[in-house]
Design a binder for this molecule. Structure first.
Ligand code: CTP
Length: 500
């Protein structure tokens, strides 16, 4: 027999020794299994450790926690326990042979051996384990040649794929997620099985699906996973708003681009541009970059319903930015994603995604640039990144021309910003101020005054400072018949003129 490579170099942390000793004391065998083993071999960082025990995972976890004097969380119902120690999270579970009912992913669990446990795992690369027994500490136990699949860059199930996928249909999406994250191929018969079993997706909770989607979006080239989801006909079940973008129609010899493949390209471009970002733009962000990738995927979802063929003009998608923005809450609700500032951010990105590029066509006025800075606020860098990623064309010259114009807009933006701080522009005139000065209750006159002052500032009619704004408020209020500290004028009255 040839020499067996030993992996104890990945088991240097004190906790592995402790687990080994406590397992021996309890008379059970314990192994590190799954993602930690895979990631160590692939050279990827990993702080989540799964330990499988031929016996009670909970009993071993409790013994280890006692020795290390750390807390243990026990999940009796699942037969698992978790220890957190010095940045590591270790989950203990008893080895099991599982059988699943066809209508649910809740397993009927029976105790089993390591080998039986490995068989029931999702992929060969996730079924490898390191022994923690004293006599062969660090030895790889790899009955399905996961190591070979790592070198072949292959996603393969330990058992017949129909069995593995029907045990837990989420694995169909996990296969695609790992292929996208690791740039691996899925074994063709495994992929065929995914297509065959697509209906089983229905038993999954949308939260679990969404977790995998997020991981696909955060993978180096998200289009790999998104295309696989589409090829497997799963994407249309999860995100029909995106697969509806597919297809090219031709009228009078004029076609438009396939907005599905365009959107995938934009997601890849955004992923690449995020990687190239200077560090200072990565820090202090209001929302994570994941949401910028979501905005990229969804930026054109308003196109199918706004598509028209106009004589003499060709294909148009008027207001698809606005319509797309309106669709965002529905998509977020369906995927059970947070309906908070993250959703509002994606909505804003979708709604504003045409604005920077539209400035290219106009002569770029200071006023238009200020309005964009005002509307995008602190998300202006993300919006510019999305907009630049949105410039795709088969014709390199067209891309180069658009990018050049886009750089002009960026330059102009820098100039306007340097002159006056519009990124964090806040109207100096607040509703409270107007109510206080004129002693009036909440009414639409207040909004009118505020809007009037804001437009005057953004149009450059007055300077962007408190004194100028206050003076204009006084002037406007006087025109409306308001008296300082005085009796309220008739509310609801419209005063007409605006500086715009
Ligand atoms: N597993 C499985 N079937 C699933 C989920 C997980 O067989 N549907 C097994 C795999 O052996 C996997 C391990 O449980 O390696 C741990 O799962 P999880 O923590 O979800 O994933 P990781 O493989 O650790 O990968 P990642 O951290 O990237 O999610």
């Amino acid at each position: 027999m040839g020499s067996v490579e030993n992996y104890s170099r990945f088991l240097k942390h004190r906790i592995f020794d402790t687990i080994s000793q406590e397992a021996e004391a309890l008379g059970v065998r314990a192994f590190v299994i799954g993602g930690y083993v895979r990631d160590c071999i692939l050279g990827r960082p990993c702080n989540d450790i799964d330990v499988v025990v031929e016996g009670s995972g909970i009993a071993l976890a409790e013994a280890v926690a006692k020795r290390l004097r750390c807390r243990v969380s026990v999940f009796k119902r699942f037969g698992t326990a978790m220890i957190k120690s010095k940045g590591l999270e270790v989950e203990f579970v008893g080895a099991r042979k599982e059988s699943y009912r066809a209508d649910s992913r809740k397993p009927i669990v029976e105790d089993g051996t390591l080998r039986e446990d490995q068989e029931r795992r999702d992929f060969t690369i996730n079924a490898m384990s390191f022994s923690l027994q004293k006599e062969n500490f660090g030895e790889l136990v790899d009955p399905f040649d996961g190591l070979g699949d790592i070198s072949r860059k292959l996603i393969r199930t330990p058992l017949d794929p129909d069995t593995t996928y029907s045990d837990d249909p989420l694995r169909m999406i996990r296969a695609i997620r790992f292929a996208s994250q690791l740039s691996f191929e899925i074994l063709p018969e495994s992929f065929e099985s995914i297509k065959r079993n697509r209906a089983r997706l229905a038993i999954l909770s949308i939260e679990r699906i969404n977790e995998e989607l997020n991981k696909i979006l955060l993978s180096p080239k998200p289009s790999v996973g998104l295309k696989l989801l589409d090829d497997a006909t799963l994407l249309e079940l999860i995100l029909p708003q995106v697969t509806n973008l597919k297809g090219v129609e031709t009228v009078e010899g004029r076609g438009h681009k396939d907005n599905f493949y365009h959107s995938l390209q934009v997601v890849d471009n955004v992923a690449e541009l995020i990687r190239q970002r200077p560090v200072e733009q990565k820090e202090n962000r209001a929302v994570e970059e994941l949401w910028l990738l979501w905005a990229a995927l969804l930026h054109d979802i308003g196109k199918p319903s706004t598509k028209r063929f106009e004589e003499g003009i060709g294909w148009t998608f008027h207001s698809h930015d606005f319509v797309g923005g309106k669709m965002i809450p529905g998509v977020f609700k369906h995927l059970k994603m947070p309906l908070n500032e993250k959703m509002k951010y994606v909505q804003k990105m979708v709604q504003l995604h045409l604005r920077p590029i539209s400035l290219v066509d106009d002569q770029v006025t200071d006023s238009a640039v200020r309005r964009l800075l005002f509307d995008a606020g602190e998300d202006i860098d993300d919006l510019m990144l999305l907009c630049s990623a949105d410039i795709t064309s088969k014709n390199d010259k067209t891309v180069a021309r658009h990018k050049k114009n886009f750089e002009l807009v960026k330059q102009k933006m820098k100039e306007v910003e340097e002159k006056d701080e519009y990124r964090n522009f806040k109207n100096p005139i607040t509703g409270d101020l107007v109510m206080e000065v004129y002693n009036i209750p909440p009414c639409n006159l207040i909004g009118e005054i505020k809007e009037y002052v804001k437009n005057a500032i953004l149009d450059g009619v007055i300077e962007n400072n408190y004194e100028a704004a206050y003076a204009l408020m006084e002037q406007k209020a006087a025109d409306m018949g308001l008296v300082k500290g005085g009796a309220p004028a008739a509310t609801g009255e419209q005063s007409g003129d605006s500086p715009r």
